[in-house]
Ligand binder design. Structure first.
Ligand code: CP3
Length: 341
C-alpha cells in the first residue's frame, strides 16, 4: 500500500503501520557521505538534482513509507536577510545574530518562488520520480526554533539569549515571531502547491519553555501557520522534542498529527490528546545503538502503546550520524512484519 503513511495521518485503516525516520538521509549513510565529499550541505540544498538524489537514498536502502525532502529548516533565513553557514563540527553559524528591534525590522518577508525556488524545483522533481510509489513530506522550522538560531547565532544548550530577549523585549520578540510565522506559512503553502503531500513543522527546541510561556509567546504564532496550512488539505505533522508538558497546547496550536518524543509513552500521549489527532513517534534514537533483542522489545512496546488507527512509527528525534544502518533497516522491516495483516 503506497499511501499507508498518508492514510495513517488521516487515521484511516492501513495494511501495516507506516514508518519513516527523521533525518533518514544523512551522514550515517555511506552514499550520503560520498555526495558530501564533493558538495557542501548547502550545495545539496541549492541543487535540485542533488537534493533529489539524496532524498531517494534512504528509499533505496530501507522499507520506508515516506520520503522527506532533503533541505534544512534554516534555508528561509538567507532570503529573509540573515545569511548563515554550516561550520564543520559546529553546526549552523548565523553571520549576524539578531539582537535588537532594528535588526528585526530589517528582516524581509519573501515568497518562496522567489527566495527558495530550488527547494520547490526539488519537490517537483521528486514528485515526478515518486508519484504513486512513495508520498513526499515537505517541512519547515517553527518560529520559536528559528528564532532561537537567529538570536543565539547557532546551537545553544540553555537558550539564554533567546529567552532573555523574549522576557526583556516582548514586543520586539513578538514582531520577530510574526515575521517568521508569516514566512513559514507562505513557504509551507508553496511546498504543498509544488507537490508536497504532507508537511512537518519542526519545533525542535520549544521544549525548553514552560506551558505558561509557550501559550503566551509561541502558540499564537504557530496557530497562525497551522490554521492557514490546514486549508490546503494535506496532513500536517506538528513536531517538537521535550514536549511532555506541552502536548495539549501543541494540539491546540494545530496539526493533524502530533510528534511525540520518547520521554512520553505513546499510550499516555494518546490518552491525553484523544482520537482527534494521529501520533508520530516515538523510539529513542539511541535505541538504534542497543543490542538487537532490546531494540526489538522497545519497538514492540512502542507499537503496543500506539493508537490502533493513526500511528506513524518514527524516532522521537533524528537519526544520529554514528547510527548503524543495519539497525535502521531492521527497525523498518520489523515494524512492517509485526503490524501487517
Ligand atoms: O532526512 C531528513 O530528515 C531531511 C533533511 C533535514 C536536514 N535538516 C538535513 C541536514 C531535515 C528535516 C533537517 C531539519 C533540521 N535542521 C532541524 C529540525 C530537526 C531536528 O533535528 O530537530 C534542525 C534543528 C536543523 C538545523 C541543523 N541543520 C543543525 C543543528 C545541523 C547541524 C547538526 C549536525 O548534525 O551536524 C544541521 C545540518 C544538517 N541538516 C545535516 C543534515 C543531514 C547534517 C549533515 C551534514 O552536515 O552533511
Amino acid at each position: 500500500m503506497w499511501d499507508r503513511f498518508l492514510r495513517a495521518c488521516r487515521r484511516e485503516p492501513v495494511d501495516a503501520t507506516p514508518v519513516w525516520f527523521m533525518r533518514q538521509a544523512g551522514r550515517y549513510m555511506a552514499e550520503y557521505r560520498k555526495v558530501r565529499e564533493t558538495h557542501t550541505l548547502l550545495d545539496i540544498c541549492r541543487t535540485p538534482e542533488l537534493a533529489l538524489e539524496v532524498t531517494l537514498q534512504p528509499l533505496r536502502a530501507f522499507e520506508v513509507d515516506a520520503a522527506i525532502l532533503f533541505a534544512d529548516i534554516l534555508l528561509p533565513l538567507e532570503p529573509m536577510g540573515a545569511p548563515f553557514e554550516f561550520a564543520a563540527g559546529e553546526g549552523p553559524v548565523i553571520h549576524e545574530p539578531i539582537r535588537d528591534r532594528a535588526a528585526i525590522d530589517r528582516l524581509r518577508l519573501f515568497e518562496a518562488e522567489e527566495g527558495l525556488p530550488h527547494v520547490l524545483q526539488a519537490i517537483r522533481l521528486l514528485r515526478r520520480e515518486l508519484d504513486g510509489k512513495t508520498p513526499l513530506i515537505g517541512f519547515a522550522g517553527a518560529p520559536f526554533t528559528l528564532a532561537s538560531y537567529l538570536i543565539e547565532g547557532g546551537k545553544s544548550s540553555h537558550f539564554v539569549r533567546v529567552k532573555r530577549f523574549m522576557y526583556d523585549e516582548p514586543e520586539a520578540f513578538s514582531a520577530l515571531m510574526h515575521k517568521l510565522a508569516e514566512v513559514v506559512r507562505r513557504y509551507l503553502h508553496a511546498q504543498i502547491a509544488a507537490g508536497a503531500q504532507a508537511v512537518q513543522l519542526f519545533d525542535s527546541w520549544v521544549g525548553c519553555l514552560s506551558p505558561r510561556d509557550y501559550r503566551e509567546y509561541v502558540l499564537p504564532h504557530v496557530r497562525h501557520i497551522l490554521s492557514s496550512v490546514a486549508t490546503a488539505g494535506v496532513p500536517v505533522i506538528h513536531f517538537g522534542t521535550d514536549t511532555g508538558t506541552l502536548l495539549e497546547l501543541q494540539r491546540e496550536a494545530g496539526g493533524s498529527v502530533i510528534g511525540v518524543d520518547w520521554r512520553t509513552p505513546l499510550e499516555q500521549a494518546h490518552a491525553r490528546l484523544g482520537d482527534g489527532v494521529a501520533l508520530q513517534g516515538n523510539l529513542d534514537p539511541l535505541l538504534l545503538f542497543a543490542p538487537r533483542a532490546l531494540l526489538q522489545r522497545r519497538i514492540d512496546e512502542v507499537l503496543a502503546g500506539a493508537p490502533r488507527q493513526g500511528h506513524i512509527f518514527n524516532l522521537g528525534h533524528g537519526i544520529l550520524p554514528e547510527t548503524n544502518r543495519d539497525a535502521v533497516k531492521f527497525t523498518a522491516e520489523h515494524v512492517h512484519r509485526v503490524t501487517a495483516g
